[in-house]
Structures are given as C-alpha cells and as structure tokens.
Design a binder for this molecule. Structure first.
Ligand SMILES: Cc1cc2nc3c(=O)[nH]c(=O)nc-3n(C[C@H](O)[C@H](O)[C@H](O)COP(=O)(O)OP(=O)(O)OC[C@H]3O[C@@H](n4cnc5c(N)ncnc54)[C@H](O)[C@@H]3O)c2cc1C
Length: 472
C-alpha cells in the first residue's frame, strides 16, 4: 500500500534533517529516508571525524614542540592510534545518534531506513515500501571517486592493489608506515599532515602543478612549504599514475617531469575528488535532469527540472561543504514557508582548509579578480608581523585582502595562518553587509588577536595592477 506524505526527504545529510524540522514544524506530514548512517558524510566520514583527528595530530605536534615553549618533555612522543580512533568514533557517534534521535522524536516526521529510488516524479520506493508526496527533496550527497588508474581495480585478471578512501581510512586503528596520498586537494592535504604528525612517512602525489589548485599560487606555495617543513614529500605534475606490488610494498608509478619514477609505500589513500550519489536514484523515471558529471540541475532556488522536486547539498553541484548544504535547506525553507525569496546566488564563497595553520577563504581569489580586469586594491601581511602569531610561536603563512578600487567593497580574502579559519569571518560578515572596507578600519578589535591586524593590512592597500601578484 502506498503511504502518502506532504513531503519526502531523501538523505539525512546536512540539509535533510533541518528541512524536516522546518516542514514538520509547519504541520506537514514528512517522510525522511536514510540508507546508511544518519548525519551523512560530514558527521560520519567527513568534517567531524577528520577535525577530531586533526586535533589529535595537533596535540602530538605540540608535544614534540614543547621545548620551543620552555616545557620539558624528555620522553619520545608516541601516538596510540586505537585511542585516536576511539576518540574520533565517540565524537562522530554522538553526533550521529543526535541526528537519529532528533528525527525519530520529531512530531509529524516518519523515518524510513533503506535505499530510496524514484518510481515516478511523485513516487519513491524504499525496499518493499512505496511512498508518495507532492514535494520531494533530494539530499543524497556524494562519495569518493574511484579513479581509472592502472593497478587500482582488478584488471585483466591481475588483482588490484588495496587502497583507502576518506571513508575506509576512518576504520583503521594502526599507523601506516608510509602513506602515499593520490591527490593534493583539501581532503588529501588534511590527511597528509595528520598522518605525518601521527608518525607516518607521507608522500602526496598530485597531477597538477600545484597543491590546492583552486587557490592562488602564493597560497599554494606557502601550503606546500608548511607541509614540506614537516617532512611530507610532495610530487606534482605526476602523469600516468599506476600501481603495482613488490612484496609487502605498494609501488605508485609516477611518470613525473623530475624525480624518481616510482614511490614505494605501505598504504595508498585515494583523494582525487567526489561524485554525486545520483546514479542509483531512479532520476530518469522521475524525469529529473542531471549534468554530464551527474549533478542534479537546479535553479537559483534549488528546484530541479521537475516541478515539486528540489535538490539540496553536494548532489546539486552548487557547493561542496556542510555550510552550503545547510544554507540550501535555509533557502528552500525560506521560499516555501516564509515567503522570503532567498537564493543560492546570494551566497559568498567561503571555506577553510584544516591543515595547521589553517586557511580561511572568502570571496574571489586574487587570480579571479585579476582575470576579471576590474580595478582593485590589495593588502598583504605575513603572519610574522601578527603579534598573536608570534606569541603563540605559530608564524607560518600570511593574509591578504582585495577590495574594489571604486566601491571599496571587499572582493576576497585569504588568511593562511593561526586562527585563519575563525578570523576570516570578520571579513566575510562585512562582505555580506556589502559595507566598504573602511568599516573594519573604524571597528575596535580585541588585542591580541589575528583579526586586529586586518585593519592594518587595509591601511597599506596598493593597486592590484602594480602589485607583484599571484596567479593560478
Ligand atoms: C574527508 C572530508 C572532510 C570534509 N571536511 C569538511 C569540512 O571541514 N567542512 C565542510 O564544510 N565540509 C567538509 N566536507 C564536505 C561535507 O562533508 C559535505 O559537503 C557535506 O556532508 C554534504 O552534505 P549533504 O547533505 O549534501 O550530503 P551527505 O552528508 O553526503 O549526506 C547524504 C546522505 O544521503 C544518504 N543517501 C544517499 N543516497 C541515498 C538513497 N538513494 N536513499 C537513501 N539515502 C541516501 C547517504 O547515506 C547520506 O547519509 C568534507 C568531506 C570529506 C569527504
């Protein structure tokens, strides 16, 4: 028998549960479906567990640096990976249970467990159950890409080499002797520094010429220096990556422009990107259009090509972060329930890279502003000239800000340095207010902080056209 609801939500990631709360709170009869772990990627295999592990790695790093601060620690530093994992599991588990309990305890909301599939534009099956609703919200997220690299999958009867991805690496409770990471993007870089600090040898292999290739060249270069300073080996411009085994060792064949043609390691982590979970959803039966990479095509208010079906979070390709997925649910909720026409294009790009020190980013990169040809001003400051960083003994990195020469609105900023993930918000909020940068200069900031040096940087603006600059 088909069960009728006012709304069906597929997926309990970073958009689904909040939207369920809003719709059910407005009196709608809501069904929410989850096929695996409540809370989705962020809570189970993404943000939460990685940042918990980054914290363990930071603790190990600071113990090793104890003498820099006059703290005596004569013993060797060792990391108990079983304890690191159980701490991480406890933090993730608490969040997962929190989401599940929230949904199961929610009035007007029914939880279904199983794989959801469209049977038509208004009908969804979950195992043997059939649900129908006039409004369906897709929040199915994504998964790690399995790259087409020789040796990775079983090929011509030869067994492929074992490999990890961001999900399976969460299950290991031992220290890889030498972790070879394929991919120098955000996910790869966080795991690289973390495992190096736990005690592994780490090599990053990247096909592009830069790490974190969406960043400006100066930011990317500084990131590479930070990682190499800790003993991480970096191979860029890698071509024809393939794998084979030599005894217990895994060989990554790297036809690089320079350097050894192969890297030998004990474990391989594939971090080459993510793809949306839209290939097994029955979207064709529903008539929902996807682009050539499988992302669901949506308009500025997240409606798909089929009236009555919306797509939120990573699966719509409009963002790849928890905060963008959550914002998607706010946009849909505001449009449906508040008569408030919020839209995706109101959003300013913002994110952090959680290496240590972190990178906080807002708005356009310097390269993007240069490419746009608009008249702009730029200010920079190395972290060696930030009192708080000096006091903390964490002076790696720099900050920069770019403003429109005419309107004085802030176009973009990067803070690669201690506290950069937090300090960037003082810039982001002014950008949302569309206020001129001079507002920041008149504000009295707290001393000593990283944020208090942002006005100083603004006091030394120079024309972008005259500044030796980053490109990428
Ligand atoms: C290693 C790593 C670290 C990250 N760190 C950060 C970070 O620090 N900050 C940040 O902002 N972002 C981070 N992200 C990205 C962030 O995790 C995602 O952007 C976010 O989880 C996207 O949320 P979502 O709601 O779109 O989908 P997801 O969280 O992926 O949730 C989708 C849910 O849908 C379920 N589902 C899928 N298909 C079906 C189906 N057919 N039927 C039923 N259920 C289904 C899945 O099981 C899943 O629970 C990280 C990602 C990774 C991989």
């Amino acid at each position: 028998m088909t069960k009728t609801h006012d709304a069906i939500i597929i997926g309990t990631g970073q958009a689904g549960p909040f939207l369920a709360e809003r719709l059910a709170g407005a009196g709608m009869k809501v069904a929410i479906i989850e096929r695996k772990l409540f809370g989705g990627t962020c809570i189970n295999t993404g943000c939460t567990p990685t940042k918990a592990m980054v914290a363990s790695a930071h603790a190990a790093h600071m113990v090793r640096r104890a003498a820099d601060f006059g703290v005596v620690n004569n013993g060797p530093v060792s990391v108990d990976m079983k304890l690191v994992k159980s701490r991480k599991d406890a933090i993730s588990g608490k969040s997962r249970t929190g989401v599940e309990n929230l949904l199961r305890g929610m009035a007007n909301c029914t939880v279904y467990q199983g794989h959801a599939r469209f049977e038509s534009a208004k009908d969804v099956s979950v195992g043997s159950e059939r649900l129908t609703a006039d409004r369906i919200f897709i929040n199915v997220g994504g998964r790690a890409v399995l790259p087409q690299m020789p040796g990775i999958e079983e090929m011509s009867g030869i067994e492929g080499v074992p490999h990890l991805n961001n999900s399976s690496i969460m299950d290991i409770d031992f220290l890889p002797r030498h972790l070879v990471i394929i991919g120098g993007g955000y996910v790869g870089l966080e795991f690289a520094q973390m495992y190096r600090r736990f005690g592994s040898e780490v090599t990053i292999i990247e096909t592009g010429s830069y790490l974190a290739r969406h960043e400006d060249e100066d930011v990317s270069t500084a990131i590479r220096e930070i990682l190499e300073h800790e003993g991480i080996k970096v191979r860029v411009n890698a071509t024809c990556i393939g794998f084979s085994r030599r005894g217990e060792e895994i060989l990554a064949h790297v036809d690089c422009v320079s350097g050894d043609p192969e890297v030998s390691g004990s474990h391989v982590l594939l971090a080459v990107g993510r793809r949306p979970n839209t290939d097994d959803l029955g979207l064709t039966e529903a008539g929902v259009a996807v682009d050539k990479r499988g992302y669901i095509v949506v308009d500025d208010q997240l409606q798909t090509s089929v009236p009555g079906i919306w797509a939120l979070g990573d699966c719509n390709g409009k963002g790849a972060f928890t905060h963008t997925a959550f914002n998607d649910s706010e946009i849909v909720g505001a449009n449906l329930l508040d008569n408030d026409s919020r839209k995706v294009s109101d959003r300013i790009t913002a994110y952090a890279l959680y290496i240590d020190p972190p990178l906080g980013r807002a708005g356009l990169t310097e390269a993007e502003v240069r490419k746009s040809g608009r008249r702009a001003l730029i200010g920079r400051r190395p972290m060696t000239k930030v009192g708080r960083a000096v006091e903390k003994g964490e002076t790696q990195g720099f900050m920069k800000i770019i403003v429109d020469a005419q309107t004085h609105e802030i176009l973009g900023a990067a803070i690669l340095g201690t506290g950069g993930d937090e300090a960037i918000h003082s810039i982001l909020d002014v950008m949302y207010a569309r206020a001129p940068y001079t507002v920041i200069q008149r504000a009295v900031h707290i001393h000593p902080t990283v944020s208090e040096l942002i006005p100083t940087m603004l006091g030394e603006l120079q024309p972008l056209s005259a500044a030796a600059g980053a490109s990428q």
